[in-house]
Design a protein around this ligand. Structure first.
Ligand code: F6R
Length: 603
């Protein structure tokens, strides 16, 4: 059962894996049986198949994304104390571990790994006096940093204790069995009833009950919730990779994110948005914070927000935001975009914003996660669980949510007429069909990707909202195919990067619609000619009916006609397919690219 849970969580980290199970020895005494292996979960599974652990009904497991100490067998979790009484698994970073480690060594403990985690096993063993939850609370009070900890003790059979500070941990409530995991996906095959743990809380789990306390020992208030998807949503469903499945799910994900958000009068009703309209009317600046792909969604949102609402909008990578002392006050609306809802950089940015008095709106895909819980309001994307490390359907639904926020601001502030909003909503409503249409024409894109498996580098160009799309196309290729890929604003090329162009270099160009803002279109057609004249092999993504690009496109990828601002919903899709196919052609595992993890819960 633990291994099955880890399989569903492996996307969060796959440097090593391990398990510990409470079992009885030949003498009838309880003890901990453990195994742990460097590398992917399959290495541990192989080892367990060769040398199975004795049976038990209480156990813990871990898949690791290395922070302190390389991905070796010794550094894999669980970590044990000197007497093998306590086993601990941990996500996060314990910042004061060096001092704790030195003190433990002085007290005669032998530490066997390079990890920060191991100190907790030794500290718990010292603190244990028959009450594992009490010992955990005492230890947590001595720890600095961010952590989720889960522990078992050989002398406390049938009990698992967990703790969390700034790192996710949820409880699954079963019938005669209970679960703890950093993501509901781990136990969704057994129960859809969950309990959200708050900050600085310890949970004690027994087969027949769950007790939650604060680090100071006082009883904690918890929120129970029902998970609105089931195990099949977290399975590959006949696809070779989760990424392929998630790319294919995009039409439904976009439709689900729009669902129920338009009233019968055609006006937007974002019910869960708990910031009063009056506050939104007074907002004088929007600041978007996010990381990676979510940051690219934020860049696109800026174009929509400024155009539709005339409110100045800044976008910043969350990891930089708070360190430059940004100017924020109670009239600033901060929008934090995160698929997982657990990204530490984004969480720290929103905490800083709230401390300065700004209102924070989260756009998030994971119910019960930390970022929406700590925000003033949330707009959930309904993409369903995203398992592949490379974000696809979450990105498209983040775009939809951003458009909805922009339109809503326009509606409450009166910067957009009702019929204008209705018309954009109608166009958004057509997006699922258009994405489906793009997905149906991807075979030539796949063939092109396979033919470029040996390319050394690929460049991506775009203008306006096509620029963040170019950045996103390059990010996908970097993370999946491990090749040099860079996105540029097409107009910026001549200021330096054009020197990179050499004979045969593949350059993907995202072309804006020739209708509407035609000046943008004309400029990019000139840019395509400039790079082609210098030997680039041009791969052009252009709207159906755009004939002006045809003479300059070595490869032409057609997308349906959309309004300029909504084009990323369709132009991103070929880039996702391209990266996925190219990485597969190179023999890479697309769902779990090297060095990455799905939820980045360290800063
Ligand atoms: C790229 C990717 C990452 C995430 C980033 C933010 O494909 O998945 O760049 O977008 O780590 O993650 P969330 O959205 O969970 O905050």
């Amino acid at each position: 059962m633990v291994i099955a849970g880890l399989r569903r969580l492996e996307y969060r980290g796959y440097d090593s894996a391990g398990v510990a199970v409470q079992t009885r020895g030949a003498d009838g005494q309880w003890l901990l049986a453990t195994d742990k292996r460097a590398g992917k979960l399959v290495n541990l599974e192989k080892s367990l198949a060769e040398t199975p652990l004795a049976a038990g009904t209480t156990g813990i497991g871990h898949t690791r994304w290395a922070t302190h100490g390389g991905p070796t067998d010794a550094n894999a979790h669980p970590h044990l104390d000197d007497h093998r009484k306590v086993a601990v698994v941990h996500n996060g970073i314990i910042e004061n571990f060096a001092k704790l480690r030195a003190d433990l060594a002085d007290r005669g403990h032998t530490l066997r790994s390079e990890t920060d985690t191991e100190v907790v096993a030794h500290l718990l063993a010292e603190a244990y006096d028959g009450d594992l939850a009490g010992a955990m609370r005492a230890v947590c009070r001595r720890l600095d940093g961010a952590f989720t900890l889960v522990a078992v003790h050989a002398d406390a059979p049938g009990t698992v204790v967990g703790a969390r500070r700034n790192s996710p941990l949820v409880v699954g409530v079963g019938d005669g069995e209970n679960f703890l995991a950093s993501d509901v996906a781990a136990f969704i095959a057994h129960t859809r009833e969950a309990i959200e743990l708050g900050q600085d809380q310890v949970v004690e789990l027994r087969p027949d009950g769950v007790t939650v306390t604060n680090f100071d020992g006082t009883p904690a208030e918890v929120r129970e919730y029902h998970v609105d998807w089931d195990a099949s949503a977290a399975e590959k469903g006949g696809y070779d990779y989760f990424m392929l499945k998630e790319i294919a799910e995009q039409p439904k994900a976009v439709a689900d994110t729009l669902l129920g958000r338009i009233g019968t009068d055609g006006r937007l009703t974002l019910d869960e948005l708990r910031i009063p309209d009056q506050v939104l009317r007074e907002v004088d600046k929007v600041v978007i914070v996010a990381c990676g792909t979510a940051f690219h969604a934020g860049m696109i949102a800026k174009y929509a927000i400024e155009h539709w609402t005339r409110i100045p909008c800044e976008v910043e990578v969350a990891s930089e935001f708070r360190y430059r002392d940004p100017i924020l006050d109670d009239r600033t609306l901060v929008v934090a975009i995160s698929q997982s809802g657990e990204t530490m950089d984004t969480l720290m940015a929103l905490r800083h914003a709230r401390e300065q008095g700004a209102k924070v709106l989260a756009i998030c895909n994971t119910n019960g996660s930390t970022i929406p819980r700590e925000s003033d309001a949330v707009l959930y994307t309904h993409a369903g669980p995203e398992v592949a490390v490379a974000s696809t359907k979450a990105f498209l639904t983040q775009l939809v949510a951003c458009y909805l926020v922009a339109l809503y601001l326009g509606q409450v502030r009166g910067t957009k007429w009702g019929d204008e909003i209705t018309s954009v909503i109608r166009e958004l409503g057509d997006a699922p069909r258009q994405v489906e249409q793009v997905l149906g024409t991807m075979e030539p894109v796949r063939a092109l990707a396979r033919s470029l498996a040996d390319a050394r580098s690929v460049l991506f160009l775009g203008r306006h909202v096509g620029y963040p799309v170019a950045l996103e196309g390059a990010l996908k290729l970097k993370e999946l195919a491990y090749m040099h890929a860079e996105g540029f604003a097409a107009g910026e090329l001549k200021h330096g990067p054009i020197a990179l162009i050499e004979e045969g270099l593949p350059v993907v160009v995202v072309v804006p619609s020739p209708r509407g803002r035609s000046i943008l279109h004309d400029k990019i057609v000139s840019n395509i000619q400039e790079i082609r004249a210098r030997g680039a092999r041009t791969i052009v993504i252009a709207e159906e009916g755009d004939e002006a690009v045809v003479p300059y496109a070595d490869h032409l990828i057609r997308i349906p006609a959309t309004p300029t601002l909504l084009q990323p919903l369709v132009s991103t899709v070929p880039l996702q397919v391209f990266a996925c196919e190219l990485a597969t052609a190179k023999g890479h595992e697309v769902d779990q690219p090297r060095n990455l993890a799905k939820s980045v819960t360290v800063e």
